[in-house]
Design a protein around this ligand. Structure first.
Ligand SMILES: Nc1ncnc2c1ncn2[C@@H]1O[C@H](COP(=O)(O)OP(=O)(O)O)[C@@H](O)[C@H]1O
Ligand SMILES: [Mg+2]
Length: 274
């Protein structure tokens, strides 16, 4: 089942940047990609290029039981996005309680998106344990835990390995086999960053799904409201994200995209050819 969740015990590590980068890279393979923002910061829309003035979204309005299809936006970057929507702390807590009581409000739309076997759903989550992750992680084909290549992240490895950061209970055991780590912001010119990355790689082996370089282009891409693959396709970080997308596709079986029907053209009207 091609549901991919991005998670992390910490904030500010690059979950949203990687969610948008992966959604964009996976969309470029010709598959339908849905991105869902489960983080009340509502930032995924910025990375995918929705107008900053558009406050609408799904989870922020969940108490009104909106039709998720009406909340879906086609983004300039390509993937369809279900934005979180604008909210405040009280609203975010209320939404979290609501999906805990009625998980179908979130699981239902995800199931509908995955009805197309060639579709991929990429979910961005808030830092740490969350109701959204509790609901979606058991359905996920892969959960990518994002860590920085630094000492603090290395110290968090036991949290990741036990699945403790996903919350209490059996979720860690359930999700463990499909949990992979991504190291973000690896600085190839910093001895500390490189040795932290090497240490994590040696420790995790195949459970390390990829490493993404630290590069100004990633921050610039956000300033331009584009995924880095669209903003600076030849940057090292964009290529690292493409490699990560290839690993993701290898690890979670997704049907090939449906062939595009040839455009109907007439030899009488050759200029009508695309
Ligand atoms: N590989 C990278 N290189 C440089 N800056 C990065 C990289 N990844 C993320 N950033 C920057 O780090 C900050 C936090 O990233 P973000 O994706 O919002 O993290 P999170 O979603 O985990 O809070 C942003 O300013 C982003 O531009
Ligand atoms: Mg984020």
């Amino acid at each position: 089942m091609p549901l991919l969740c991005l998670a992390s015990p910490k904030g500010g590590v690059g979950k949203t940047s990687l969610a948008s980068g992966l959604a964009h890279a996976l969309h470029r393979t010709g598959r339908p990609v849905f991105a869902i923002d489960c983080d009340p910061q509502n930032a995924l829309r910025l990375h995918l290029g929705l107008p900053i003035t558009d406050p609408e979204g799904y989870l922020a309005r969940l108490h009104l039981r909106p039709d998720w299809r009406a909340c879906l936006r086609r983004t300039p970057a390509g993937p369809d996005l279900l934005p979180y929507g604008e909210t405040d702390m009280r609203g975010a807590l209320a939404t979290s309680g609501l999906i805990e009581r009625e998980p179908e409000l979130l699981a239902g739309p995800v199931r509908a998106m995955l009805a197309d076997p060639s579709a991929i759903v990429v979910v961005d989550t808030p830092p740490g344990a969350s109701a959204a992750l509790q609901i979606l992680a058991p359905q996920a084909a892969l959960v990518l835990a994002v860590l920085l290549a630094d000492a603090a992240s290395t110290a968090l490895l036991p949290e990741i390995e036990t699945g403790r950061f996903l919350g209490r209970g059996t979720l860690g055991t359930l999700v463990g086999p499909k949990l992979r780590v991504v190291l973000n912001q690896v600085d190839r010119h910093s001895r500390l960053s490189v040795s932290a990355a090497e240490g994590v790689a040696a420790h995790l082996g195949a459970r390390l799904a990829g490493a993404i370089s630290r590069e100004e282009a990633v921050a610039e891409a956000l300033a331009c409201q584009r995924p880095v693959g669209a903003h600076a396709p030849y940057s090292t970080a964009a290529r690292d994200i493409e490699d990560l997308a290839a690993t993701v596709l290898r690890e979670m079986p997704v049907a090939a995209p449906a062939p595009v029907a040839p455009a109907v053209t007439s030899s009488l009207f050759p200029w009508s050819r695309p």
